[in-house]
Design a protein around this ligand. Structure first.
Ligand code: NAD
Length: 507
């Protein structure tokens, strides 16, 4: 394990809200700390009040009428400007992602590259059809389906992809003619602020994208409770997502909430698997981003015929993982985001032991040396040779480097175990048999499925989201336009008389 810490020069940055094109602070502030070194204050950030949120919503409402007037192509041009700015600043932005959320620098870069891809994809989308022409029952009528904007969209995002995830929602929203109030995670406000600066530089008119900072209880709740917000796009934990689902929609029939939540994902290793691929896929799925991806796998379900060989090779590889400062290029696992994240990791490890797991790699919190002031922990690996039902450790999301090797008896048993959680986000199956992966494809519950790959590795031109408790079926990225616009029916009569469908008579 590395014992060095690079001291970043980015310190004491000031973050502001951007409301109606004005950069404004707030009476109250909080600090964004570097998770690799809690003594390093990256930025001071406004804690936005309910009144300021309402001002942002009102600004978005005022900007809506002129923004929706623009053509899709024109709106896409602003997004194209943004993509060029992201490309220009790629290295600086990547470094900031690593400093503020701890991900190793290759992952910081991947976050910014994914944001760039989303901007490029949405810019191109502006020149695609935004409706359909459909035959009417009456020859002289033309019927159309046209996408129209819904109004003001509130976007609430998590910390773990602080640059890419906001754009999964914001860009389809503004391309479709909506205006936006965006609340970044309070853990990563600097990246939210950087996005806001780039929106301004890209030329988006005042009020089209407003950014407000703050915690969930006050700022987030003010957004979801605002009558002026038509759609909420929420990405985060199951607990907060279900709270928002209950409170934001209550009593308001027009309001729509899209939720992208957590997962209890798995890699399934079948008896015929290529073990090199299986071990690699397991390690990447469990420990990339220190297990803090919604698609991270806390479960590696392995056929009992190969479980011993698999375990030996997996554990050997895990022991070689380098934990350290994300700014060092060869670091594999950076710190957890916060002390709460460390406490959650301890809790899941304790539960695994209490519930009967056989500990194979006893992770520890780094409490001395140069990394001691960061939120560093090392991987925790345990095993259940026989699956145990109704456990906490095998069913609840750990969102940390905590994973279990679980024995199974064949493919159908693997899928039975995989499906035995409330979640349904991501799964990978490792097999050389095309009949087996096809069966798994059709019987497992997931939104993102992979064969001979890890359970991580999404691309923006595919839908991103889950089923069951992982989301309400409105995936982000590619498919977000579907729920960020209304598809309206529009029919035009070209005859000099009125002829009705279904044989209705006229006077
Ligand atoms: P979180 O739920 O704690 O916070 C997410 C956002 O919700 C933050 O901006 C927070 O301020 C806000 N929030 C908190 N309470 C709120 C409230 N009462 N009202 C309104 N907003 C509120 O999640 P997190 O710790 O930032 O992220 C980790 C979680 O996100 C994990 O469960 C992970 O699986 C999930 N996640 C899901 C996806 C996906 O696309 N499915 C992607 C990334 C992360």
């Amino acid at each position: 394990m590395s014992a060095t810490l690079i001291h970043p020069t980015e310190t004491g940055l000031t973050v502001k809200n951007c409301i109606d094109g004005e950069w404004v602070g707030s009476d109250r502030t909080f600090q964004s700390l570097n998770p690799a070194n809690r003594d390093h204050v990256v930025a001071t950030v406004p804690q936005t009040s309910k009144e300021q949120v309402e001002a942002a919503v009102a600004a978005a409402r005022r900007a809506f009428s002129s923004w929706r007037e623009l053509s899709w192509v024109k709106r896409a041009e602003y997004i194209d400007n943004l993509s060029q700015l992201i490309k220009r600043d790629l290295e600086q932005l990547s470094r900031l992602v690593t400093i503020e959320c701890g991900k190793p620098i290759n992952e910081g870069r991947a976050d910014v590259v994914e944001a760039l891809h989303m901007a490029q994809y949405m810019a191109g989308h502006g020149r695609l059809p935004y409706g359909q022409v459909i035959s009417s029952e009456i020859a002289a009528k033309d019927a159309y389906i046209i996408r129209k904007p819904k109004g003001v969209v509130g976007i609430i995002t998590p910390w773990n992809f602080p640059f890419a995830i906001p754009l999964w929602g914001i860009l389809p929203a503004v391309l479709g003619g909506n205006t936006v109030v965006f609340k970044p995670s309070e853990e990563t406000p600097v990246m939210g602020h950087k996005l806001a600066e780039l929106f301004e530089e890209a030329g988006f008119p005042a009020g089209v994208i407003n950014t407000v900072h703050g915690n969930g209880e006050e700022t987030g709740a003010a957004m979801t409770g605002s009558e002026g917000v038509d759609v909420i796009v929420f990405t985060g934990s199951r607990a907060v997502g279900s709270l928002i689902k209950r409170t934001a929609v209550a009593g308001e029939t027009h309001k729509f909430v899209a939720t992208e939540l957590g997962g209890k994902n798995a890699v399934m290793v079948l008896e015929d698997a290529d073990l090199d691929i299986a071990v690699n896929a397991g390690v990447l799925s469990a420990f990339k981003t220190s297990g803090q991806r919604c698609v991270s796998s806390n479960r590696i379900i392995v056929d009992k015929k190969v479980i011993d060989a698999y375990t030996e090779r997996f554990v050997e590889k895990v022991k070689r993982i380098k934990v350290g400062d994300g700014l060092e290029e060869d670091t594999f696992m950076g710190p957890l985001i916060s002390q709460e994240g460390v406490a959650k990791w301890h809790h899941h490890n304790r539960m695994a032991v209490e519930e009967g797991g056989e500990v194979l790699v006893e992770g520890h919190e780094v409490t001395d040396g140069p990394l001691a002031r960061g939120n560093f922990v090392t991987p925790f690996v345990y095993r259940f040779r026989d699956y145990k039902e109704n456990t906490f450790c095998l069913r609840e999301e750990a969102f940390s480097p905590h994973t279990c090797i679980i024995g199974c008896d064949g493919m159908e048993d693997a899928v039975r175990i995989y499906n035995d959680t409330d979640y349904g986000l991501a799964m990978a199956v490792i097999t050389e048999d095309y009949r087996k992966w096809r069966w798994v494809r059709d019987h497992a519950d997931y939104g993102l499925g992979y064969v001979n790959l890890p359970s991580i590795g999404a691309e923006v031109h595919l839908p991103f989201g889950g089923v069951k408790a992982s989301g309400n079926g409105h995936p982000a990225a590619e498919t977000a336009l579907d729920y960020l616009t209304h598809r309206v029916a529009f029919t035009v009569n070209h005859a000099r008389e009125i002829v009705m469908a279904q044989g209705l008579t006229t006077l």
